[in-house]
Design a protein around this ligand. Structure first.
Ligand SMILES: Cc1cc2nc3c(=O)[nH]c(=O)nc-3n(C[C@H](O)[C@H](O)[C@H](O)COP(=O)(O)O)c2cc1C
Length: 371
């Protein structure tokens, strides 16, 4: 018998779904007033009997499923997610000091015919505010952060509110200030921020390497020598607290193998994928997201499932080849129990859903077979 019972909630009709993060509101409004939809409904509560039998970095969990860095802006969001049966929840990426959000809008629906494979990236994709199934979206926040004076006590409360059999993961990244070079101070900022996350009591840390490498054109995770220096310094600072590296999709197998062989002595796990960058336009062919540097924006959701599965399988293969035992967190387009199982079959030890969970807050219960 499953040790998991849900409050009798019906699966939601797509047309009636109110997402947990409201794309029609600003990030600040969502932060202050969210979560919305089923996450604001205290009746959406999973209760458990017995003991959690699954493990995530040795920590007991009811189910190896959760929400990755992004949709859970603060403790109210993580607590609601835990209540709804998402047992591994990542608190949205924080920085060592306050950082502004990109201008509104920050989320748009992206129209992709099937999978967003590399051949489809040569022409722009239509983006608008009509959210249809199968859903892919773009998120363009610029990794905003509250000041540590705000996020540290809030993350500490999020850790405390995780139930038995649930794990709060603290995501963080480094910031390069204008006055500094991409050198030692950038590494030290990662270390400083990692220590701040440790102070909250988060039992697992995740370092976001899949954001633009500040000061260069490419993503940080594609810069293996720099990543190795950063990860070595962070690991020394955080000791035996598990450290996960969040990666983008790698098309170059040699580059992926090189990154893993250079970092797996320090990293305890890898989470992949983040979003896939694409050029977005509105119905008139104009840039869809306003402002400089936003012609290209990251796409996530159903259209990137192939890339998440592909990275999971390749990470599992590299793990075998290198005879390492790191944890793999599979992310990308998970919006159904079938996809959860496909990621597990591909080698993921845990699976997470951002877009899918935002529009289907009952997804964890569906995977558990209770919704
Ligand atoms: C609203 C939103 C905000 C996000 N913010 C972050 C973030 O702060 N840090 C990060 O590492 N990834 C962030 N992501 C990326 C997700 O963690 C995930 O890698 C990506 O969305 C692919 O998963 P999905 O297809 O299930 O959405 C964000 C995603 C969404 C939808």
């Amino acid at each position: 018998m499953r040790p998991l019972h849900g409050h009798p909630v019906r699966s939601l009709e797509w047309s009636a779904v109110k997402p947990i993060y409201d794309p029609a509101l600003t990030y600040e409004q969502n932060y202050a007033e969210g979560p919305f939809g089923a996450f604001a409904d205290p009746q959406v509560t999973v209760t458990h009997e017995g003991a959690p039998l699954q493990r995530f970095f040795g920590l007991p969990v009811w189910q190896t499923f959760g929400i990755p860095a992004g949709p859970l802006l603060n403790e109210r969001f993580t607590t609601a997610a835990f209540r709804a049966g998402f047992d591994i929840c990542v608190y949205k990426t924080v920085r060592s000091s306050a950082y502004p959000c990109n201008p509104f809008p920050n989320i748009l629906s992206v129209k992709v015919d099937g999978a967003l494979t590399p051949d489809k990236l040569s022409s722009p994709l239509l983006a608008d505010a009509h959210y249809d199934q199968p859903l892919s979206i773009s998120n363009s926040f610029g990794v905003p952060s509250q000041d540590p004076d705000i996020w540290q006590p809030d993350m500490a409360e999020a850790v405390r509110r995780a139930g038995d059999g649930q794990v709060l993961v603290g995501s963080f990244q480094g910031t390069r200030r204008e006055s500094t070079t991409v050198g030692d101070s950038y590494i030290q900022d990662h270390v400083r921020c990692a220590r701040m996350v440790v102070e909250t009591g988060a039992p697992v840390l995740e370092l976001n390497l899949s954001c633009p490498n500040e000061g260069t054109a490419q993503l940080l995770c594609f810069d293996t020598p720099r990543v190795r220096n950063i990860v070595a310094a962070v690991k020394e600072a955080v000791g035996n607290i598990p450290l996960v590296l969040k990666l983008a999709y790698f098309s170059d197998q040699q580059a992926l193998e090189n990154l893993i062989s250079q970092t797996s002595e320090f990293a305890d796990g890898y989470a992949a994928i983040n979003t896939i960058p694409a050029r977005l336009v509105d119905a008139q062919g104009n840039q869809a997201l306003p402002g400089e540097g936003r012609a290209v924006s990251g796409v996530c959701g159903a259209a990137v499932t192939w890339a998440g599965l592909d990275m999971t399988a390749r990470l599992a293969h590299i793990r075998d080849e290198l005879e390492r035992d790191f944890t793999i967190v599979g992310v990308g387009g998970v919006d159904s129990p079938q996809k959860y199982h496909a990621f597990r079959d591909a080698g993921a030890d845990a699976v997470m859903s951002a877009t899918g969970a935002m529009w289907n807050p009952l997804l964890a219960q569906e995977i558990a077979g209770i919704a």
